[in-house]
Ligand binder design. Sequence first.
Ligand code: SF4
Ligand code: SF4
Length: 210
Amino acid sequence: MCSRWPPRGAGSSELRWLMSSDVCKHCTHAACLDVCPTGSLFRTEFGTVVVQEDICNGCGYCVPACPYGVIEQRPDDGRAFKCTMCYDRLGEGQEPACAKACPTESIQFGPLAELRERAGARVAELHRAGVTDARLYGHDPADGVGGDGAFFLLLDEPEVYGLPPDPVVTTRDLPAMWKHAGAAALALLGVTAAAFAAGGRGLPGKGARR
Ligand code: SF4
Ligand code: SF4
C-alpha cells in the first residue's frame, strides 16, 4: 500500500510506502459467523475463523457483515474465500506460510499474549526513535470486536491504511432488534385478537331480525 504524505493539497508531494497485509483479522467476536446460514464459516480449535468453500452456497451474507471488508466472492458461483491463517498448516503444527516466508519477519506468529508484548516493545522502541505515530491496531481485547487474532503495527492513522478506526461487530444490535420485533409482533397479535373479540360481540344474531 502506498500513501501520499502530507495529504494531496497540503503543500508537498512527498510519497512514502506503508505496508500492510489485508488479511482476515480472525476477530474474537466475528459477525461473519453470526450471519452464515450454512455453517461454512466456523471457529477452529485454534481460535481462527475459516470458510469451507465446499459448503458455502454463495449467498454473500458474510461480505457486508465483515467490518474489515476482507471476504471476497468467486465471480463464477459466488463462493466466499478469505485468509484461513493456513488452517491446514496449523493442523500440522506449522506456522502460516506468510510468517514462514517473510524475509524481514514483519509477519510473526505465536501466542497472542506474547505477540502483544513483543509488539508493544517495538512501538516503544519506535517512539524513542522519533516515530511518534507508531501504534498497534486490533490488539485490544476491549475494542468493538473483542480484539483481533491478527493485529498490526501501523505508522499512521488506521484510515490511511484503509482500516476502520473503531471496528464493531456488525451484528451487535441484532439481539435487541429481534427483542423489539418480537414485542411488536406480540402487541400486534393482542390488538388483532381484541378486534376480533369486539367484532364478534357487535354481530347481529339470527333472532335480532324479528
Ligand atoms: S475479519 Fe471479517 S472475515 Fe475475518 S473473522 Fe472478522 S468478520 Fe470474519
Ligand atoms: S457466502 Fe458462503 S460463507 Fe458467506 S454467509 Fe453465505 S454460505 Fe456462509
